[in-house]
Design a protein around this ligand. Structure first.
Ligand code: GLA
Length: 398
């Protein structure tokens, strides 16, 4: 993936759009995300602590007065046409996100016309930074603007999630789409994935950097064990709800109830459920530590979370484990963990500013020695959610 500065990316999309379609457009910027704490808790109706970041997709869009969609991905150098009435599944994965969003909007009764769309981004694909949620969010914001849809951001997040379920094959939770649409600068969001209530948790500090280490092991959640993990949690709930009719999801299960019925769950299901309960508690603890400015305790939570994801939930891989192990040995590191669905992608590390340079050097060297892979690292800032950055169209439409 090419590296652009923000301004370049915007200009590249404008130029490409105008040379293809020769008209005005609406431009949307839509961020990737990190997750500070709480993985595999969202689809268990639990809590998460993600933040939107300064890596993003920029998308240009305009109605075309036809009954079809003409779409171009600059980074893939691929174009596709879809019929708005019957968009077909495509061999190009990116096109299926478009198809999914169109179908899910129509399913909810929104009427759409044809449109032209061009996009590019600097969120590495398959790196666990939610480039897919960024594309869904960008398109939803763009379509809402050009067709004047009456849709709020939480409804958009649900539509993005349904796109993954019904058109991509990932039974994901709502975290990625939600933070893509609700993120705010300088704060993480503590999100209750059941009620969708959330609070802003101030996070950014000048003396601490969020360093993402891309293992370069690319994941594909649709092919991975992700859906299996979700089914295992549901299996646990099936057994446990016999003892409490109020249990709908692992969110409702207490530690006591889980321990009391351990023998009725097989060892694997017990381990998966226990991890989810622990990880959920870690989100609450992590927020408390942040409020108390106790970064040592926050960092320990990160290491514990990684240990659980790796050993109990088994969604890590050797390369991610190696990255966390190396990080643990470095000076000035509060904590590190894998994040997102797992099986590859990035780790997130909190590093004291004055140690960042040495950290990057050491990680690159040690990771190369142990895996033969040249790492990529990004020092990331917390940014705002998907938004319109330019609209030279709407005043003319109205
Ligand atoms: C992926 C999914 C999210 C969430 C994370 C794990 O990113 O899209 O819904 O389940 O994995 O926390």
């Amino acid at each position: 993936m090419k590296e652009y500065t923000g301004a370049d990316l915007t200009q590249i999309v404008i130029d490409e759009f105008k040379s293809r379609f020769k008209k005005e457009l609406v431009l949307v910027a839509s961020p990737g995300r990190v997750n500070l704490m709480g993985d595999h808790t969202d689809y268990n109706d639990g809590f998460v602590l993600p933040a939107a970041i300064d890596k993003k997709i920029v998308l240009g869009i305009s109605p075309n007065g036809m009954d079809k969609v003409r779409a171009f991905s600059i980074d893939m150098n691929e174009s596709v046409q879809l019929q708005v009435a019957h968009p077909k599944q495509s061999k190009m994965q990116w096109a299926n996100y478009l198809k999914g969003v169109i179908c899910e909007l129509k399913e909810k009764g929104y009427s759409l016309g044809g449109f032209d769309v061009v996009f590019s981004g600097d969120i590495p694909i398959g790196a666990g930074l939610s480039s897919s949620a960024a594309l869904e969010g960008a398109l939803l914001i763009g379509l809402t603007q050009i067709f004047d849809l009456n849709l709020n951001r939480s409804e958009m997040a649900r539509i993005g999630q349904l796109t993954e379920h019904n058109h991509v094959g990932v039974q994901c939770g709502i975290m990625d789409q939600f933070v893509n649409l609700h993120g705010v600068e300088s704060s993480a969001l503590k999100l209750d994935c059941r009620s969708l209530e959330f609070e802003q948790v101030p996070f950014e500090r000048d003396d601490i950097k969020v360093v993402l280490c891309n293992s370069k092991v690319s994941h594909n959640l649709a092919d991975s064990e992700y859906n299996v993990r979700r089914a295992q949690c549901e299996q646990g709930v099936e057994v446990l709800k016999k003892y409490d009719a109020g249990i709908q999801n692992l969110r409702d299960v207490s530690r006591e109830l889980l321990e009391d019925h351990k023998s009725e769950l097989n060892e694997l299901i017990f381990r998966r459920c226990k991890f989810v309960l622990d990880e959920n508690e870690r989100v609450h603890a992590a927020c408390k530590y942040l409020a108390e400015d106790d970064l040592e305790a926050f960092g320990k939570c990160m290491f514990d979370s990684h240990e659980g994801l790796s050993k109990e939930y088994e969604v890590s891989c050797r390369e991610l484990d190696v990255l966390v192990e190396i990080a643990k040995e470095q000076s000035g590191v509060y904590g590190a963990r894998m994040m997102g669905g797992g099986f590859g992608g990035c780790t997130i590390s909190l590093v004291q500013e004055e140690h960042v340079e040495a950290f990057q050097k050491e990680i690159a060297k040690e990771y190369r020695n142990s895996t033969g892979i040249e790492i990529e690292m990004y020092i990331t800032q917390i940014a705002s959610g998907a938004k319109i950055i330019q609209d030279s169209l709407t005043p003319k439409l109205k």
